[in-house]
Design a protein around this ligand. Structure first.
Ligand code: FA5
Length: 358
C-alpha cells in the first residue's frame, strides 16, 4: 500500500478512535487519549515511521504526505487538548457539587457540656451568701498543722484530732481535713474597726476515710463564719434556716442538736425536716423525720484570741457543711461516688435540670 493510502486509512481510524474515546468516562478518557498519542507520536509510533518513509516518497507526493502527517498530528493534539479541558470541567463540576452548601439545611447540633452538679450547687450557695453580704475566701489545700488544728483549738495530742483522720505530708504539713483553717487565716487579716467579718470558704478537703456510699477520701466543704459584736446563737439559727429553705424548700424547718467541735462552744449538729416525707418518717430520714446536714456553733473564745480577736468584745458563729452530702440530699443521689466517677449517664441527668434553671 502506498504511504498516502496508509496515512489516509490511519486518519480514518483516528477519527473513529477519538469517537470511541469520547464515549468513555472522564478518567478513562484521558488515559485512552494519551495511549493513542504514544501509539502514533511516540518514538516507535506510526507517524514517526511514516516520517522516515517520507524521504523515499516521490517528490510530487511529498507535500501531500507532509500535509496528511500534520493533519494527523493536529487531530491528535486537538483531541488531547479537548479531553483535558473536558476532564477538568468534569472535575470542577464534581467538586462544586460536593462543596455546595445548602443554606436551608438546619445547623448541626453542637453537643455542649454542662457544669458538674457539685459546681452548680456550690455556685448557687455562693450566690446566696454573696446576696447576704458575705465574702468568698479560698485557702490552701496543703495546710500547716498549726492552722488546720492548732488555731482551731486542737493542740497536739488533743483527742478530738482523731475525729478527722489526716493525710500528713510531714510532721507539720498536711492535706487540710476541713475548711475551718481559713477562718483563722481570714480573722488574722480582717480589720474589725471597719466592720464585721462575714465569709464563706468553699474548697476541697481530705481525710483518710474509707470510700463508701456516704464517705469519700476527698470531698468539698463550705465553711461559714460571722464575727461581730453581739452575735448570738439566734443569728446562727436564723442563718441556718435561710440556707435550709434556700436549698431544700420554703416549707423546711431546722432543728439544732447539742454536739461537740473543739472550735465552737456551744456546738450543734443541724437537722433539716425531711424533704421527702415532711417529717412523717420515711426511708430517706430513717423514720426520724429529720436529716443531718451540717455542723455549727458559736466560735470558741480560744479560737478568736489565737487569731488576734478580742473575745471580750467580739463573738461569732461558724458552720461547716459537706457539699456532696448536701447535693445528695437535694437531688436524691444515693452514692457519693457517683459525683467522682463521671459516668455521663449520671451527669446528664442533671443537664436538663440545669438548662431549665439557667
Ligand atoms: C467539720 O469538718 C467541721 N469543721 C465543721 C464545722 C465548722 C463545725 C464550723 C462547726 C463550725 P465534720 O467532720 O462533721 O465537721 O464534717 C462536716 C461535714 O462534712 C459533714 O457534716 C459531712 O457532710 C461532710 N463529711 C465529713 N466527712 C466526709 C466524708 N468522708 N465524705 C464526704 N463528706 C464528709
Amino acid at each position: 500500500m502506498s504511504l498516502i493510502k496508509t496515512l489516509e486509512t490511519m486518519q480514518g481510524k483516528i477519527v473513529e478512535r477519538i469517537q470511541q474515546i469520547n464515549a468513555l468516562e472522564p478518567e478513562e478518557r484521558m488515559k485512552a487519549v494519551n495511549e493513542l498519542k504514544s501509539e502514533l507520536l511516540g518514538k516507535r509510533g506510526e507517524i514517526v515511521q511514516a516520517r522516515q518513509q517520507l524521504k523515499d516518497a516521490l517528490p510530487e507526493d511529498k507535500p501531500i504526505l507532509g500535509q496528511l502527517i500534520n493533519k494527523i498530528i493536529t487531530a491528535i493534539n486537538e483531541a488531547i487538548e479537548e479531553t483535558k479541558q473536558y476532564v477538568e470541567t468534569c472535575q470542577l463540576e464534581e467538586r462544586l457539587k460536593k462543596e455546595t452548601i445548602d443554606i436551608s439545611l438546619p445547623g448541626r447540633e453542637v453537643r455542649m457540656g454542662t457544669k458538674h452538679i457539685l459546681t452548680r450547687v456550690l455556685e448557687d450557695l455562693e450566690d446566696l451568701f454573696i446576696s447576704m453580704g458575705y465574702q468568698v475566701v479560698e485557702g490552701p489545700e496543703v495546710e500547716v498543722d498549726l492552722y488546720n488544728f492548732g488555731k482551731m483549738n486542737l493542740p497536739k495530742e488533743h483527742p478530738a484530732r482523731d475525729m478527722q483522720d489526716t493525710f500528713y505530708i510531714s510532721s507539720e504539713v498536711l492535706l487540710r481535713t476541713q475548711t475551718s483553717p481559713v477562718q483563722a487565716r481570714t480573722m488574722e487579716k480582717h480589720d474589725f474597726s471597719k466592720g464585721p467579718l462575714k465569709m464563706i470558704s468553699p474548697g476541697k478537703v481530705y481525710r483518710r476515710d474509707d470510700d463508701d456510699a456516704t464517705h469519700s477520701h476527698q470531698f468539698q466543704q463550705i465553711e461559714g463564719l460571722v464575727i461581730d459584736k453581739h452575735i448570738t446563737m439566734g443569728d446562727l439559727k436564723g442563718t441556718l434556716e435561710v440556707i435550709a429553705k434556700y436549698m431544700f424548700g420554703e416549707e423546711r424547718s431546722i432543728r439544732l442538736r447539742p454536739s461537740y467541735f473543739p472550735f465552737t462552744e456551744p456546738s450543734v449538729e443541724v437537722d433539716v425536716s425531711c424533704f421527702k416525707c415532711s417529717g412523717q418518717g420515711c426511708s430517706v430520714c430513717k423514720k426520724t423525720g429529720w436529716i443531718e446536714v451540717l455542723g455549727a456553733g458559736m466560735v470558741h473564745p480560744n479560737v478568736l484570741e489565737m487569731s488576734g480577736v478580742d473575745s471580750t468584745q467580739y463573738s461569732g458563729f461558724a458552720f461547716g457543711l459537706g457539699l456532696e452530702r448536701f447535693t445528695m440530699l437535694k437531688y436524691g443521689v444515693d452514692d457519693i461516688r457517683h459525683f467522682y466517677q463521671n459516668d455521663v449517664r449520671f451527669l446528664n441527668q442533671f443537664k436538663t435540670l440545669l438548662e431549665g434553671e439557667a
